[in-house]
Design a binder for this molecule. Structure first.
Ligand SMILES: [Cu+2]
Length: 343
């Protein structure tokens, strides 16, 4: 197919005049440049990767002997919960968002993201999440200890009614992180759908952009459920509502539904862009175009769609009715079809 050459593909972004020796200061400002924000995401998340890694090593070191001789059980549960939370919400998600922030506008020939200030605001919420998470180690009673899934009633029994409590700080961190990622998702989906350069049709987009689009669509429909669940749990803990408390007409299984409605698709938010990275790198080094580009692109979208229909497979031990297990077993088996196509 012969196509007109793509114009406007190289667009210089507005930059401050280079100041020798002061370049690094740009990375500490409220910059709206998508490349600066991308690097801010990558550097910040790498710091939290190291922190999560240290916690992992503490967990493994404690497990060398059966006795709790390195840290006590409170510290162990805290390290375990925080390792999971930090690795997911402060390393894996922000690092992929950082890479996408840097590279997606360039790949589709856009000047910047659709909403540059929203982009900056979404990034600057990540350090807030980090501060809340790290602060939870220094409050009385230790950090959150109910696991990264924090099911009630375990999570609601741990906290008392005041703010400086590990479990409360943990829920606040998840809430802020959810808001930040929803803002990011709105930005990515709008950018990819509306900001492509003339001639850059959907089926000419690099495959990485397809996977970012699919992952961000998941964020858009899934994260509001988790963020709402975090808010409800926070109210249960602090102001005495009973969303998840059977004694007050609530239902603890509701939290599991809301949690897994997002947290199963979350694995695709992580793996889809990583598939995308491999689908970009392998064709380059094997010197062949990607086999079945269109099918691979469409299967990313199918994964995003079906991933919202499988969450109950995490709840087979929660008194799920038999017919429901059957439905979710079948949908879980079905999601492996587009995933197999992509591989
Ligand atoms: Cu799952």
């Amino acid at each position: 197919m012969k196509t007109a050459p793509l114009k406007n593909i190289i667009i210089e972004t507005e930059q401050d005049p280079p100041q020798a020796g002061r370049e690094w200061k740009r990375y500490f400002t409220f910059s709206t440049d998508h490349k600066v924000i991308g690097i801010q995401y990558l550097v910040t998340s790498f710091f939290f990767f190291l922190l999560g890694g240290i916690l992992a090593m503490i967990i493994r070191a404690e497990l060398i002997t059966p006795a709790s001789d390195l840290i006590d059980r409170t510290m162990y549960n805290g390290a375990f919960t925080m390792h999971g939370t930090i690795m997911l919400f402060l390393w894996t998600f922000p690092s992929l968002v950082g890479l996408a922030n840097y590279i997606v506008p360039i790949m589709i020939g856009a000047e910047d993201m659709a909403f540059p200030r929203l982009n900056a605001a979404a990034f600057w919420m990540v350090p807030v999440v980090g501060i809340l998470t790290v602060a939870s180690f220094f409050v009385p009673g230790g950090s959150a200890q109910a696991g990264w899934w924090s099911y009630p009633p375990v999570s609601t029994q741990m906290a008392t009614n005041f703010l400086f409590n590990g479990q409360v700080l943990w829920i606040l961190a998840i809430f802020v992180s959810g808001i930040s990622s929803i803002m990011g998702a709105v930005n990515f989906v709008t950018t990819i759908v509306k900001m492509r350069a003339p001639g850059m049709t959907f089926f000419r987009m690099p495959i990485f952009v397809w996977t970012v689009l699919s992952a961000q669509i998941i964020q858009l429909f899934g994260l509001p459920a988790l963020t709402a669940a975090a808010l409800m749990l926070l109210f249960d803990l602090t102001v005495g509502t009973g969303f998840f408390d059977p004694a007050r007409g609530g239902n603890p299984v509701l939290f599991q539904h809301l949690f897994w409605f997002y947290s199963h698709p979350a694995v695709y938010v992580i793996i889809l862009p990583i598939f995308g990275i491999f689908s970009e790198i392998f064709p380059v080094y094997s010197r062949k175009p990607l086999f079945g580009y269109k099918v691979v692109a469409i299967s990313s979208l199918i994964i995003a769609g079906v991933s919202g229909l499988v969450w109950v497979h995490h709840m087979y031990a929660s008194g799920t009715p038999g017919w429901m297990r059957m439905v979710f077993m079948l949908s879980t088996m079905f999601v492996s079809v587009p995933t197999g196509i992509k591989d």
